[in-house]
Ligand binder design. Structure first.
Ligand code: M6R
Length: 608
């Protein structure tokens, strides 16, 4: 949830740390801080609020001279967002500073032990135990102190540590929280994700759980938990600098919405070879697929809703039962999963704590795991048996857009691939659907082009206290994600309902001028949803329909319409969500919300 960065080299560290923190701000943005080593002294600056405040306080880093340092942007878990609770945290003797992303689960016991030993605590954070443990174990060798400290921690942590006695060194430690070392020339870096590194280097070392590293300007030595040096591969970062920047757009979210045709193309086009789907990274044998008696999809938030959208195509084409499970529930449900289950794990970040835990639980029970992930080298990507990357590029806005649509597109592709492998689809139908799949980028582009009226509609609807999103079947799956988009960025209460459920209770809430967003892009069930529209209209609702361009049937029913091009419902969710993303965006803009960084949220939920 938080973002950490570090630098050791010959340049001034503070401006580099601040630049890195700006890139990581989407991970947490309630307070921030840096610690810079200068003349064997540690200078720490911390602020409540955004990185901009930290830049102001440090005069863009000019007030913090020194060539080695660490930084942090916080999403508060333990203790309110205050200057004192902000990282870095210092040892009592002033020799050590620590930044931490994650949660130390046994911090209460450690805190009591340390207090009894005479250490005093300034903050309410779990993190502060780490720096006092290091001080306690330090006998002139930071590496040994780091090993002993790590052995005492339970939980998840990515750490950066500096020490005045070993002034060129930065230590980093990883356990269940992302940590990447950026390899430079005469200087080195670390960060929670590559967006903070791409301006400086394309060469990266991804630490695995339990590993730690000693970084100096000239050397990087990675160790296993016992402290033995190990050889790590240097990977090439393929994301470019521009894709992690706004590129003229007012918000990352809008930029990422507009990028969707390109992102979906990158997810599907290279996997279509000679008129066939080639999933080289997940070559599942027909024999294995025949042994699978159910597919379970697990994820959180929008990724879970992407699973809901994928389920329809998968069951229809593959004729295998598909269950979609919230990872936070699945992990504690004693799930009925065995070697005949194929588990599909969806995650943009690849670092969501509940999703990782659910995946590990299911692996333990014998399931094969297939991850659909955006971030290369992430924990989920590395833990799964097979990984299909979504190749969406960096997604910075907290509200996912291209992350969701590329996940859905990859699920569609996988469904078609399995259906063919298992001989559950005839050649003609397969070819027809493959063609539809290949046109998804074009359909999304058309959708973006045909909805120029959405900003005006946002002006009409932005004062609503609540909104209902209704639909049936594939439309219902999209309603779930549409309502979440509206809630998280505009703060308007939004609920999604299977349209057929309205009469079972919810219709009691419909009164004059209640906005109802009705999704009607599935022809097989459209008439039924239209009846539900009539019912809510009879009770005074204001209906905004999402439907095909030129759907004349809808004209007399809906108050307003937004459009997608006419297409087969089986693959429509990846297109149908787009006008709802735009609607949420423009409503939030009307309401003056902080669109890229909604309150209380963080991009990557690395804690339970
Ligand atoms: O990185 P992940 O895809 O695992 O994240 C899962 C959810 O936290 C995420 O989709 C969240 O719901 C988004 N902020 C919604 O826009």
């Amino acid at each position: 949830m938080c973002g950490i960065v570090g630098y050791t080299g010959t340049q001034e560290a503070a401006p580099i740390l601040l630049e890195g923190l700006k890139k990581l701000e989407y991970r947490g943005y309630d307070s921030a801080g840096i610690a810079v080593l200068n003349d064997n002294l540690l200078a720490v600056s911390k602020v409540t609020g955004r990185i901009a405040n930290l830049c102001e306080k440090t005069a863009d880093g000019k007030n913090c001279p020194g060539t080695v340092g660490i930084g942090h942007t916080r999403w508060a878990t333990h203790g309110a967002p205050t200057d004192t609770n902000a990282h870095p945290h210092m040892s009592n003797d002033g020799k050590f500073a620590v930044v931490h992303n994650g949660i130390i689960e046994n911090y209460i016991a450690l805190r009591e032990e340390l207090i009894q030993k005479g250490y005093h605590f300034d903050s309410e954070t779990d993190t502060e135990v780490i720096v006092h443990l290091i001080e306690m174990y330090y006998t002139g060798d930071l590496k040994k102190a780091v090993i002993r400290m790590s052995a005492r921690l339970c939980g998840s942590y990515a750490l950066g540590v500096v020490c005045t006695d070993e002034p060129e060194k930065v230590y980093v430690v990883r356990e269940a929280s992302p940590l990447i070392i950026g390899v430079g020339v005469g200087e080195n870096y670390f960060a929670s994700d590559v967006t903070a590194l791409v301006s400086y280097t394309r060469n990266a070392i991804y630490l695995d759980d339990g590993e730690f590293a000693e970084i100096t300007p000239e050397t990087i030595v990675v160790f296993n938990p016992a402290g033995h040096p190990i050889i790590k591969k240097i990977s090439r970062i393929t994301w470019d600098v521009q894709s992690a920047e706004k590129g003229g757009y007012e918000h990352f979210m809008l930029k990422e919405i507009v990028e969707q045709p390109r992102a979906i193309k990158a997810a599907i086009a290279p996997r279509i070879k000679n008129g066939d789907i080639a999933l080289d990274e997940a070559e599942l044998t027909t024999e294995y697929l025949e042994s699978v008696n159910k597919i379970v999809i697990t994820a959180c938030g929008s990724a879970y809703y992407a699973g809901c959208a994928g389920k329809y195509a998968m069951e229809k084409l593959c004729r295998i039962p598909v269950q979609v499970e919230l990872a936070s529930e699945l992990r504690y449900n004693d799930p009925l999963i065995d070697e005949h289950t194929l588990l599909i794990v969806l995650s943009q970040s690849g670092e969501t704590a509940d999703t990782i835990a659910a995946m590990k639980e299911c692996k333990k029970r014998g399931a094969k795991t297939l991850a659909v992930v955006n971030v290369v080298g992430s924990t989920i990507a590395n833990t799964a048996d097979y990984t299909l990357y979504t190749w969406a590029g960096p997604e910075i806005a907290v509200a996912t857009t291209k992350g969701y649509t590329t996940q859905v597109s990859v699920l569609y592709m996988f469904a078609l691939y399995v259906a063919k492998k298992m001989n559950r689809i005839d050649k003609e139908h397969y070819e027809k659907l493959l063609k539809i799949l290949s046109t998804l980028p074009k359909k999304v582009q058309e959708t973006l082009d045909m909805n120029s009226a959405i900003p005006a509609l946002a002006k009409k609807y932005h004062n609503a206290d609540s909104m209902f999103f209704i639909g049936r079947n594939t439309d219902y799956a999209v309603a779930l994600e549409g309502a979440l988009k509206m809630k998280e960025i505009s703060y308007i209460h939004a609920e999604s309902y299977a349209a057929g459920e309205l009469k079972h209770g919810t219709i009691a809430l419909i009164e004059d001028h209640q906005p109802v967003i009705a999704l009607c892009c599935n022809e097989s069930i459209m008439e039924k949803t239209m009846s539900n529209i009539v019912e809510v209209k009879a009770r005074g609702a204001e209906v905004l329909a999402v439907t095909f361009k030129d759907n004349q049937k809808m004209v007399p029913l809906a108050d307003d319409m937004i459009f997608i091009p006419k297409m087969d419902a089986i693959f429509a969710a990846a297109v149908e969500i787009v006008p709802l993303q735009l609607l949420a965006y423009y409503v939030a803009k009307e309401n003056g919300c902080d669109i890229d960084k909604p309150k209380n949220l963080a991009k990557s939920v690395t804690v339970e």
